[in-house]
Design a protein around this ligand. Structure first.
Ligand code: A3P
Length: 326
């Protein structure tokens, strides 16, 4: 019996099985054969127990910041490129491998009482993300925040304007969302980034084809904004974190910011930066009406999905988005 050198062998293997050339990382400790060849210096504990999956512009930074105040919860270390988000399961970072991902989660002596998590808002609508996340973290809990998809789209548009995107600065929001499929590519790309993540039911179904519904927790973005204390208490119950941390003395509404902020002392608060909770003119009525119609089938599917998941109350924004759409 003879064998080619490893590299040639690998090349030959992937010629025979090209569909396997895209890796899917699993947890080495879940398979005895993998565990045996896993270095003694490495652990399998440096992985998150829950993921905040987004979507973008729904209040994910506020949730991330408030969770980080919790004494039993630790977030990942910041990334030099994408700041608080690792963005591992979507995009090119995935090919950097498991060691790279785990290096964002520092090992701690007190593992059992510590809840590691990461928040990457781009996970929500990433095609490959649920499959990849499930292969590595099948028992992880998933947290998503939903907000009126029309308002989310508008917030994204405003966000790209402030970031100096020439398309967003040259086209009105209405022209972006009504851009046709023959429009220039940069305009179509912006339109898609505004509109696609808001097709909530479609994306959630993809997650639910990998994860059981019991592992998914949906936060109403309006509730997070108006009553983060209650939202975080509910989340702790879902995550079964005991003792529960009382957020009421740690978060306070800041009238100047118009949002809840972290209490730093008696009369001081620390709010999120100026890029979160921006001031901009309200959306034009014609754009909102158009988006109500655009999202009608998606929002109808979302109501069905939420009912199937046993959600007792349908968010107010969803009821409003579904009224007067004719
Ligand atoms: P706007 O800036 O359009 O108002 P994300 O962090 O996912 O990008 O979401 C940003 C949005 O979070 C903001 O959008 C804001 O409305 C919302 N948000 C919710 N709670 C907030 C808080 N406590 N402070 C700042 N923004 C908050």
């Amino acid at each position: 019996l003879s064998s080619a050198p490893p590299l040639q062998l690998a090349e030959r293997y992937f010629q025979l099985y090209p569909e396997e050339s895209d890796p899917v990382w699993g947890n080495p400790c879940d398979d005895l054969r993998h565990q045996k060849i896993w270095s003694k210096n490495k652990t399998c504990d440096q992985l998150p127990r829950f993921l905040v999956i987004g979507p973008q512009k729904t209040g994910t930074t506020a949730l991330y910041t408030f969770l980080s105040i919790h004494p039993a919860i630790s977030s990942n270390l910041p990334s030099p490129d994408t700041f608080e988000e690792i963005q591992f399961f979507n995009g090119k970072n995935y090919y950097k491998g498991l060691d790279w991902y785990m290096s964002f989660f520092p090992a701690s002596k007190n593992e059992s009482s510590r809840y590691l998590f990461e928040k990457s808002a781009t996970y929500f609508d990433g095609e490959l993300v649920p499959r990849r996340a499930h292969a590595l973290l099948p028992r992880a809990k998933l947290i998503t925040i939903l907000l009126s998809p029309a308002r989310r789209a508008y917030s994204w548009y405003q966000h790209t304007r402030v970031h100096g995107d020439p398309v967003a600065n040259n086209y009105s929001f209405h022209s972006v969302i009504t851009a046709s499929d023959t429009a220039p590519k940069p305009l179509r790309d912006l339109r898609n980034r505004c509109l696609n993540p808001g097709k909530y039911a479609q994306h959630l179904e993809r997650w639910l084809s990998y994860y059981p519904p019991q592992q998914l927790h949906i936060i109403d973005g309006e509730q997070l904004r108006q009553n983060p204390v209650e939202t975080l208490h509910e989340l702790q119950r879902f995550l079964k974190i005991t003792p529960a941390f009382n957020y009421s003395s740690h978060l306070r509404y800041d009238p100047k910011k118009g949002f809840f902020c972290q209490v730093t002392n008696e009369d001081r608060t620390k709010c999120l930066g100026k890029s979160k909770g921006r001031q901009y003119p309200p959306m034009e009525d014609k754009s909102y009406k158009l988006l109500q119609r655009y999202y009608l089938s998606h929002n109808t599917a979302l109501v069905k999905l939420l009912k199937r998941l046993g959600l007792r109350t349908i968010p107010q924004w969803l009821k409003e988005d579904l009224t007067d759409t004719v």
